[in-house]
Design a protein around this ligand. Structure first.
Ligand SMILES: *Cc1c(COP(=O)(O)O)cnc(C)c1O
Length: 297
């Protein structure tokens, strides 16, 4: 029996956004309000965590361990999930310089949800890609034997949860667009769409490492490529968590036009990208584009 928190939820709302910047180019814009899919675990974090939480409970685990930066939405969602399910949580946090300082709001929320925080240097954090280094790190964090959720929550199980998001969009859109961090959401979304539909990812980090990452996640989950996807790589605005003034005012304006709380690190960059691509006629007239609202501020 599924834990009540893990039972499947109704599809998140899909609403039309009437916006002359799109209408003028014959493009219809829909908003998939995945930020409303779960009251405490918004959007893609719920989609990615739920199958992992089921697996952890089925295997009899009573603790989860995961990894993230000081402002990680994924760490916060994992801490909240642990509280809801009565599982212990351990967060391995990038940056040992943070250890002696007061916690920022995001980490304070993790701690309030019962997450034990373990700070490590950037180099040791990076080295966790090596299984042996990771095992040492888990041991040192007192997390040996805990269920390991990878950084950003992206693994094969997470993709299966995000594929469900794609299935909820069958028959209603030509393009399903999403902001990308690790690319896990895009990888699963693309696999869940129907033939003829395509997924478009907007990376919020600079660096161009995502295509390989997405291919590797799909190979792990499906044994090879799945679905039609591509990336629009020029909309990171300088890198992760950079919100230049022009993006800030775009986001504030979009929020007031459409009554949408616009999360700045991911969702604002997605909406900016779709507005710019539409302006440059990247979508043929008659195209329906759905922006996936993966989180809230
Ligand atoms: C984590 C997050 C993403 C990125 O998801 P990935 O699967 O890592 O690409 C996008 N939007 C929001 C709001 C997030 O919190």
């Amino acid at each position: 029996m599924d834990h009540p928190e893990l039972q499947s939820r109704p599809p998140s709302p899909l609403v039309e956004a009437v916006d002359e910047r799109f209408a003028a180019h014959g493009v219809r814009l829909l908003l998939k309000r995945d930020d409303l899919v779960h009251p405490e675990l918004p959007g893609n974090k719920w989609r990615k965590l739920a199958p992992n939480l089921r697996a952890a409970l089925e295997a009899g685990h009573d603790r989860l361990v995961t990894f993230g930066g000081a402002y990680s939405n994924h760490l916060r969602a994992t801490a909240a999930a642990g509280r809801l399910l009565g599982l212990g949580t351990i967060g391995i946090v990038r940056g040992d310089e943070l250890a002696g300082r007061p916690l920022n709001d995001s980490l304070a929320r993790c701690a309030a949800d019962g997450m034990r925080l373990h700070f490590v240097s950037r180099s040791r954090y990076r080295a966790k890609a090596d299984p042996q280094a990771q095992a040492l790190l888990l041991d040192e964090a007192g997390a040996s034997g805990a269920y390991v959720v990878p950084e950003g929550g992206s693994n094969a199980l997470a993709l299966s949860g995000c594929a469900e998001l794609g299935r909820e969009l069958h028959g209603v859109t030509d393009v399903a667009a999403v902001a990308c961090g690790t690319g896990g959401t895009l990888a699963g979304l693309a696999a869940g769409l129907a033939p003829g539909q395509r997924a478009l990812g907007v990376p919020v980090l600079a660096g161009g490492f995502l295509p390989a990452e997405i291919r590797s996640l799909q190979a792990e989950a499906y044994g090879g490529p799945a679905g039609d996807w591509s990336l629009a790589e020029d909309f990171h605005h300088g890198g992760y968590a950079r919100v230049p003034a022009a993006l800030e005012s775009f986001a504030a304006d979009f929020a007031s036009r459409h009554g949408l709380p616009v999360e700045r690190i991911y969702v604002a960059k997605l909406l900016w990208a779709l507005t710019a691509l539409t302006r440059s006629d990247a979508f043929p007239p008659g195209t329906t584009v759905t922006a996936i609202i993966t989180g809230r501020p």
